[in-house]
Design a protein around this ligand. Sequence first.
Ligand SMILES: Cc1ncc(C[n+]2csc(CCOP(=O)(O)OP(=O)(O)O)c2C)c(N)n1
Ligand SMILES: [Mg+2]
Length: 711
Amino acid sequence: MATQDREITVRADLEGLSPAQLLRFYRIMVTSRRIDDREMSLKRQNKIFFQISGAGHEAIGVAVAEHCIPAHDWFFLYYRDRAFTLALGQAPLEHLLQAVGAEADPASGGRQMPAHYGDARYNIASTSSPTGTQFLQAVGAAEAGLRVTQNPALGDLIERFEEDEVVVVTTGDGTTSEGEFWESLNSACNLGLPVAYVVEDNGYAISVPVEVQTAGGSISKLVGGFPGLHVVECDGTDVMDTYRAAGEVVRWVRERKGPALLHAHCVRPYSHSMSDDERMYRTDEELAAQDARDPLKRTRDLLLERGIATAEELDALEGDVEREVGEAADQALAYSQPAPETALRHLYSEDADPTGPDFDTEDAPEYRDDRSLTMVDLLNACMRDELERDPRVVVFGQDVADASREGALAAVKGKGGVFKVTHGLQARFGSHRVYNSPLAEANIVGRAAGMALRGMKPVVEIQFFDYIWPAMMQIRNELATMRYRSNGTYAAPVVIRVTYGGYLKGGGIYHSQTGESIFAHCPGLHVVLPATAEDANGLLRTAIRCEDPVLFLEHKHLYRQVYNKGRDPGPDYMIPFGKAKVVREGSDLTLVTCGALVKRSLDAARVAAENHGMDVEVLDLRTVQPLDMERIAASVKKTGKLLIVHEDSLSWGIGSEIAARVADELFPWLDGPVRRVASKDTWVAYAPDLEEVILPQTPDVLAAIVELASY
Ligand SMILES: Cc1ncc(C[n+]2csc(CCOP(=O)(O)OP(=O)(O)O)c2C)c(N)n1
Ligand SMILES: [Mg+2]
């Protein structure tokens, strides 16, 4: 038989793979396993500080990667994907640099545990530790591609977009129990997005077996009803079967037939991590059966059986790999950890500083006309300007569209948000730029994170602060950490607009919440709460144009007041973050406040002046993160007294932080105790008589002023 014919016969027998490809697979698989072995020994010697292996998952990694195009497709991976990342192009040294916590670690610069992959060279997004957060980000990344196809103006602005790109997201079996998995499938199917799910089912989530985790014990059976989802199952310890099945899945997605899911059964021969010993919960028989299915052993046997290599050749290959990994480990140990002074680097953008002059046009408004407009009007105007200016801006959330059914648009006024803040934007900019999301807060923020990673600028709405909590994982562990944990490589500059606050008469426990300090406690996130219509306009523009994630809190009670109305300050009006406003000058006492308490504090200050001759200086913080300590200090140095007034409950609120900092930094200037006025430490009850006494009122502020001023 001619060599060419022989090659064709062999390939047909090998699911289309060539002997050379299979040998390369084996080499990568052995490399992956040897890195795990080496890391385990380094961990025992205390030279690295954590280890979790990819053992048992190697065949899946190499087989799926073979159908993917690095730096063309996108990858949202998890910690078992060592072989996958090596197959995409990473070098053993790069994994070991993360293990030793080296500054040169390409994924995180020494900030993340080993096996938390990320590499912009191959479009490997930054991997975090929470199980399940990757799914919605992958959907968002695929959605970014969809928006590019819908909006030609995005063409040059979103780099690395490919018409036939595939977004691969991998997961363990246990992680499919997270709600975000199901939320992501819902959106991937509903939007027909090019997402390839790969479930690497090793039968366990730490000690919990799959039948306890998953109804019926099979995730592929469970997802069978998702419309348009192509589901394929394979033996993930068999490289050829996995190559075949992965080919079907990736082709399906690449051909734009919609999302697909590969359910690959594999093993976990090294326990969950070095902190786990699976002999505590698996029998000897079960472990022996697992060993027989080890993908390294099976691939070696395959190469021998098919005459692709001899035992001597494979021994030599394994020896080579052992040496290569050993050398890489020695090299990695010589690298230095990041310098202590870099501990705070990359929490926020190093290029765009929203506290700086580039974001300050406050003193140069270009009023469009003399109309007096509400906060709702001027927030809407800002989004309209920004949607006009920057094609990367998209607005989505629950009910934000005018009418999802476009046919209705001409016949109806349009919804535009339950508070009408986004009214008219869909009608003006189209359903590909302003649209409704499912009723799922993690979905909104997780998708936005994936879109932002690729350069889009999502401005999303969470309908009520009281319901932001399903998104908390994405906000705290993803948006806020993205830049830091990837050492500045990736960022998720999403703007989350949220209505909040009480004083509604009847808002009750779940339509009155305020909780800015919870978010101000997340390094990497800005927290903004404007009190006036013009401030809302200028601060939202800064939020949209800056390169960090921003929680933008909009007080429902302030949306349509007369006292905080303003004029439209024009399309370039920006107020920098961290710049408090002196809303009343005074010399006897400094009152620091924000949001709905600005008006109540001003009213109290006026009465204090009229009835008690006390001259109170009132500062509106406008942003709590960053906090304008300079302005607070200047005022306290003048007055010697500080009263902090906020709407959220007293304990552990922003008042606690400000009081602590003032006590620390300004002690010599204080002529009295630092006092706080805030909500009682309870929920806001529905009955108006209770609401009244729970929330801080003007007389409470006045009483505190009088008491402190006369101290
Ligand atoms: C949200 C969250 N909960 C718990 C954990 C702790 N944890 C880490 S891995 C893991 C099990 C994951 O199992 P599976 O998805 O099957 O992946 P496998 O490790 O088996 O590959 C758990 C519970 C976590 N990292 N994140
Ligand atoms: Mg598992």
